[in-house]
Design a protein around this ligand. Structure first.
Ligand SMILES: [Zn+2]
Length: 594
């Protein structure tokens, strides 16, 4: 796969490096017509004013496991919290793995995806580009100007901004101080959706205990407490729980897909996929088998660890709960994935939708393209951007399998990166190619660069030259201005793309916490159970049954056949499905009890 991609890109360069411009673009009529069409679409845009039966949040990114900014040497925490560990050095950054999708990443991924389809690139829209509503999200943490993925996750999943490296707790709690957890917990929209009777799921390309997915279900003052082996003695004494244990016991999650096997199994127990690799064994010192415990909690629960078993389980209607853990820690980059054993993010998204959509009350699904971030931290744009393209493929799949009439989809990132794209390359130049002309040192430079990170290459006041052969290598690190073991996050706003019921609320420049509130309001879950929104038109049209899209079709035209049989005691809906009626939080939202 990787080789094929490289060949494809080499081919693209040969085709496109001459700076070919589509001839029709030289005619003013082309642009006038295109803009007039876009204007027509904009004029007809109508907000979908109903509630959302289903909510899907796509998050482009994931976070460094141990990212600690060098400035923390000089900043003893914020808001009364005391730093409990010695100040970190840059070497602390070396275990950092994944992170996010800023606007520069979206633009570069658009060009890459277009070029992979044989086009110049920038004119070819991503799936997320085609969503009608957009906002900018301010991503800072309460105590950090440039955020990490833990504090940001608390904002967009719980609606409350938190501190750097803390998960699911307000900024009144302090990093690494277990005794500040209790009383400061904040609840995710996923948790509230479950309480409202919806099915819920988490899908990620990182370990499922990682900061972003963890925020959907966990509360912790330290994002790195993956298993009990990571818990310091005082945290154990004070009753703090590791994230893997919280995954099983904090709430009932119907679908869990990603990596992270080793945190679930007893220390030393062989891994199912790598039984002879001592580095991949379970790590739990309490000797608990959390997968077994999770299965015991739910009748119809199934655990799988490879692609074949997952595809079977997802199509088995007797499976009510599905946990798929496909790697001991994070999943492989898309370009390095074993297609026979591991799933793409697109495939995991589809499998999750198949299981979750069986609930007539709807679902909440969190999908994270978590390794975009990791590619950037490594200073390897090829890895980050190929992950971003797969992330967009997953969005396209969800868009295809659900209807905008009843499903709100939001796409955003938790933060950006110091990833830049410039240098006036000719149109059609490979996204991994060179900028036009030479720098003042007489050497070439790539149009993709990083402000800091491992791509720093100065040697005796001089940087190495670069040619296209080097810059197109998937392992190439784009040059960086400042040497760091791991590239850092960036501070600029990230975009929020939206489609579906209440998507029109996504507008302007907002705090990141706004994202959670839009989801809660659209889904009429706490604290908006009195949203007073009508049920989705599609859902309430005569004959619509909440079957999986693709079998029943999409949109009003698909609503053929009888209404669900409603008994006089059926709450929420009257016997007439049309017009759609309002509901309050006192009633089950969609009138159909499971
Ligand atoms: Zn990161």
């Amino acid at each position: 796969m990787q080789g094929a991609c490289v060949l494809l890109l080499l081919g693209l360069r040969l085709q496109l490096s001459l700076g070919l411009v589509p001839v029709e673009e030289e005619d003013p009529t082309f642009w006038n017509r295109q803009a007039a069409q876009a204007l027509n679409v904009a004029k007809k845009l109508q907000p979908i004013q109903t509630a959302a039966k289903n909510v899907i949040l796509f998050l482009g990114d994931s976070e460094c496991a141990r990212l600690v900014h060098p400035l923390s040497l000089h900043n003893p925490g914020a808001l009364g919290c005391q730093l409990t560990q010695a100040g970190p050095r840059d070497s602390d950054l070396t275990q950092c793995v994944p992170s996010r999708m800023g606007v520069s990443t979206v633009t570069a991924a658009r060009i890459l995806k277009g070029q992979m389809a044989g086009k110049p690139g920038p004119e070819t829209p991503l799936a997320m580009d085609q969503f009608p509503y957009l906002a900018l999200s301010k991503t800072y943490n309460v105590d950090r100007q440039v955020p990490d993925s833990a504090g940001t996750a608390t904002a967009y999943l719980c609606g409350v901004k938190g501190n750097y490296r803390t998960i699911g707790i307000s900024a009144a709690a302090c990093y690494n101080q277990c005794n500040t957890t209790r009383g400061n917990e904040v609840t995710s929209v996923m948790n509230r959706a479950k309480k409202a009777g919806k099915s819920v799921g988490v899908v990620t390309t990182t370990r499922v205990q990682h900061a972003s997915p963890a925020r959907a279900y966990a509360h912790t003052v330290n994002r790195n407490w993956y298993s009990d082996a990571d818990l310091p003695a005082d945290a154990q004494r004070n009753g703090c729980q590791d994230i893997a244990k919280q995954l099983v016991y904090n709430m009932d999650i119907d679908v869990i897909l990603g990596g992270g096997r080793k945190y679930m199994f007893p220390e030393g127990s062989p891994d199912s996929e790598y039984p002879h690799d001592a580095n991949q064994t379970g790590v739990r010192k309490d000797k608990r088998n959390l997968v077994q415990e999770w299965q015991a909690k739910h009748q119809g629960a199934q655990y799988v660890w490879n692609r074949t078993a997952l595809l079977q389980a997802a199509s088995d209607s007797s499976v009510t709960h599905l946990m798929g853990l496909f790697e001991p820690v994070d999943m492989a980059y898309e370009t390095q994935r074993d297609h026979t054993k591991d799933l793409s993010l697109e495939e995991m998204t589809e499998a999750a939708l198949r299981v979750l959509s069986r609930n007539p009350r709807g679902f909440f699904l969190f999908v994270e393209g978590g390794r975009i971030d990791h590619g950037h931290h490594e200073g390897k744009a090829y890895m980050a951007l190929t992950e971003a393209v797969m992330f967009d493929n997953a969005i396209a799949k969800a868009n295809e399998l659900t209807s905008e009439l009843d499903t709100l989809i939001l796409v955003t990132a938790d933060h950006s990166h110091v990833f830049t794209f410039g240098g006036y390359p000719l149109r059609g130049t490979s996204i991994f190619g060179l900028a036009d002309g030479k720098a003042r040192d007489g050497k070439s430079f790539t149009s993709l660069l990083y402000s800091n990170g491992p791509g720093y290459q100065m040697n005796r006041h001089s940087r190495p030259d670069v040619d296209e052969t080097k810059s197109r290598d998937p392992s190439y690190r784009q040059q960086a201005a400042v040497p760091l073991a791991s590239e850092t996050h960036g501070v600029e706003d990230v975009a929020v793309f939206a489609r579906g019921p209440q998507a029109h609320l996504v507008h302007g420049v907002q705090e990141e916490a706004f994202v959670a509130h839009v989801m809660a309001f659209a889904g009429c879950v706490e604290p908006y159970t009195d949203c007073n929104l009508p049920a989705p038109a599609q859902y309430c049209m005569p004959g619509h049954l909440p079957t999986f899209p693709g079998t029943a079709g999409r949109g009003p035209a698909a609503a053929a056949g009888p209404c669900p049989a409603l008994t006089p005691t059926s709450p929420g809906l009257g016997n007439s499905c049309s017009p759609a009626r309002s509901f309050s939080g006192l009633e089950p939202p969609w009138g159909l009890r499971p």
